[in-house]
Design a protein. Structure first.
Length: 236
């Protein structure tokens, strides 16, 4: 595991974007596993800058996002589909048909989960998986549990996740209580993993996840078993 500590969020974002850019340059049709939330926003901003400067080409890239809220359509401004369009996809030359996000309004959510796992398999798996980490140690929306969930599944969000994501909604009661998330198999089979975390609220959980026992009660701890993980942490 490579651990990079930087001082500022801007440095974190730049470092993370460089890792993704290098992946795309070495394999232009890379399958990028992408995350939402506040941590990767700066990374996406840096990637957009690189694209605008002619340094990066997304025309052959494919993407699979980690998760989506159940009940939110892709047009909903709180959906992760909307987040990805506004924070990255609309600003670079990735082909929309090459981007994938679980469908939170699928009639049959179990079938949607199976479709998503099949899709990841058909794409040949993820080359580089970008992750944030929740204050309870979740990755994707794999919440603390008694087992590591292998496959894409629907999950009831932990109260702490709902509370921290309430900042994006009018109020906590507007945050969906369930989501679809890829399981640990998609994440652990990614050829490399890049985890970004910033701010003091992530320090303790990051320490537990990276240095403590490997347990599904701290889902990110499973990353200790992955052979190619880079963690970038900024104090601020
Ligand atoms: C988002 C995701 C989540 C977030 C995590 C941290 O797609 O999978 O695991 O990465 O909740 O969120 P932020 O970055 O907002 O602190």
């Amino acid at each position: 595991m490579k651990f990079i500590k930087v001082d500022t969020y801007n440095e974190l974002s730049r470092e993370a974007a460089l890792v993704i850019a290098s992946q795309l340059k070495s394999k232009p049709d890379s399958v990028l596993g992408l995350a939402t939330g506040s941590s990767p926003v700066g990374t996406y901003r840096e990637l957009i800058k690189m694209y605008e400067n002619g340094e990066l080409d997304f025309s052959s890239a494919r993407s699979v996002n980690l998760d989506e809220y159940v009940g939110l359509s892709p047009e909903d401004t709180q959906s992760y589909a909307f987040f990805m369009r506004t924070n990255l996809f609309d600003h670079v030359n990735i082909k929309k048909e090459n981007t994938n996000i679980p469908n939170g309004i699928a009639e049959d959510l179990d079938a949607e989960c199976r479709r998503y796992d099949k899709l990841v398999l058909e794409l040949g798996g993820v080359d580089l998986q970008l992750l944030g980490i929740g204050t309870d140690g979740h990755i994707g929306f794999n919440e603390p549990d008694s087992v590591f969930s292998k496959l894409t599944h629907t999950v009831r969000l932990a109260q702490s996740t709902i509370d921290s994501n309430a900042r994006f909604f009018e109020s906590a009661d507007k945050v969906p209580t369930t989501a679809i998330t890829v399981g640990m198999m998609t994440i652990m089979q990614a050829r490399s993993v890049l985890l970004v975390a910033n701010g003091p609220s992530k320090r303790d959980i990051l320490n537990k996840a990276l240095n403590g026992p490997i347990t599904p009660e701290i889902p990110a701890s499973i990353l200790q078993l992955h052979p190619h993980v880079t963690v970038i942490y900024s104090e601020n």
